[in-house]
Design a protein around this ligand. Structure first.
Ligand code: FEO
Length: 393
């Protein structure tokens, strides 16, 4: 156990090996952690557990540190298996321990475990006095599931926020003032872009609600990654910033897929057009770039240009996949455009452009497309296309 503040302790697991999360959907280059917390007051309270593969190590730690029979209650802030996966194993040993969760949490716990446990439903504003400290619950619907909630430890002034404000980041230390800030923010924004972006309007509203509560907050302790104790509200402010539809950083992203480099060379010419207008850009080949990293780049970019050569009357699969991901993650409102090379019929640029419009991106330019290997004048047209895109930003 590691002390977080006063009588709040971290009792989680560091997963240094994790490279994929949510099955194989999300890359986790820096591993992750499953942060469980123990509050040792007159009552001993366990907040969340850890993912199932670590259940034995987790429960052994609890047994050694506090003794399982001394745990008076368990709070389940969110029932996704990365946090509740060890609950069944733990409850086999202490089956009568009361569990506290949201209404949706009760449904999730029953759905996952099919057990007749002592489940107590709490809602926003409910409190439990545990001695010197009081627990205050705030529902956090869709941050990240309908069941999500946070537990505020009044007295210690610690927010146990579960997924919100977390990062898939197994760091060399537990607190934000002890780790590389660039790595930390890279993982925090990747988490937001890939997991929370569809719920942006709810997040914005929830943050306004939390701020209005005027809680004294000294520490924000999420369920993944490092704990925010140095200026903890910085991550709340960042979430508020990221949840604005207008959020973007100062560069355009060009993403292409290519068979024989014609579309790649068009991409580089479009980039040249952007550069001539002093617009910063990044270029990625989607077929060889990690999907979750691409999504992070799309989230940050102030403009999006997608290109593919045509295959089977459509786009190459990595570009079709990017369009589908952007639709599901609700990436909207940014300027966007399509382009590509072709040999026969040339549908891909049109397919991309229609896809971008359907997602809700702002498409002002007709796509550019060229047959076979582009000529000098085709590259010049691409440079002009990049300049026009820059002018429309
Ligand atoms: Fe970290 Fe939504 O679970």
């Amino acid at each position: 156990m590691i002390q977080v503040k006063n009588n709040v302790y971290w009792t989680g697991i560091k997963d240094w090996e994790l490279r994929k999360f949510h099955g194989h959907e999300l890359s986790t280059h820096r591993g992750s952690t499953y942060n469980s917390y123990l509050i040792k007051d007159e009552k001993t309270v366990l907040v969340d557990t850890v993912w199932n593969p670590y259940k034995e190590e987790f429960v052994e730690n609890l047994e050694r540190e506090v003794g399982l029979e001394n745990i008076d209650m368990i709070i389940i802030n969110h029932c996704e298996p990365d946090h509740s996966g060890s609950l069944g194993y733990l409850m086999e040993k202490i089956p009568n321990t009361p569990i506290y969760c949201s209404k949706k949490g009760e449904e999730s716990i029953k759905g996952y475990f099919h057990k007749d446990w002592n489940i107590n439903v709490v809602k926003t504003g409910d409190t439990i006095k545990i001695g010197e400290n009081e627990l205050v619950f705030v529902e956090m619907t869709m941050m990240h599931w309908p069941d999500s909630m946070l537990t505020y430890v009044k007295g210690a002034n610690v927010v146990l926020s579960n997924d919100a404000f977390g990062q898939h980041y197994s760091a060399p230390a537990l607190f934000n003032d002890q780790v590389d800030e660039c790595e930390l923010y890279q993982e925090a924004i990747k988490y937001f872009a890939n997991i929370l972006n569809p719920f942006k309007p709810l997040i914005k509203k929830k943050i306004e609600e939390i701020k209005a509560l005027n809680l004294d907050i000294d520490v924000i302790a999420p369920s993944h990654g490092v704990i925010w104790r140095d200026n903890p509200m910085q991550i709340v402010e960042k979430y508020y910033e990221w949840s604005q539809n207008s959020y973007s950083e100062d560069y355009v992203v060009i993403i292409y897929d290519t068979m024989y480099d014609a579309t790649k060379n068009l991409a580089l010419s479009i980039a040249e057009g952007l550069r001539s207008k002093d617009i910063k850009y990044k270029v990625f080949n989607s077929s060889i770039t990690d999907k979750s990293d691409l999504i992070t780049e799309l989230f940050k970019a102030k403009g999006i240009i997608l290109g593919s050569c045509t295959v089977n009357n459509g786009s190459l699969s990595s570009i079709s996949m990017i369009l589908e991901e952007m639709k599901l993650l609700k990436f909207k409102n940014k300027p966007a455009a399509g382009f590509g090379s072709y040999g026969w019929s040339g549908e891909a640029p049109g397919h991309i452009t229609e896809g971008l419009k359907k997602i809700g991106l702002k498409v002002d330019l007709e796509p550019v497309k060229f047959k076979y290997q582009p000529r000098k004048e085709d590259f010049e047209e691409c440079i002009a296309f990049g300049e026009k895109f820059a002018n429309n930003l």
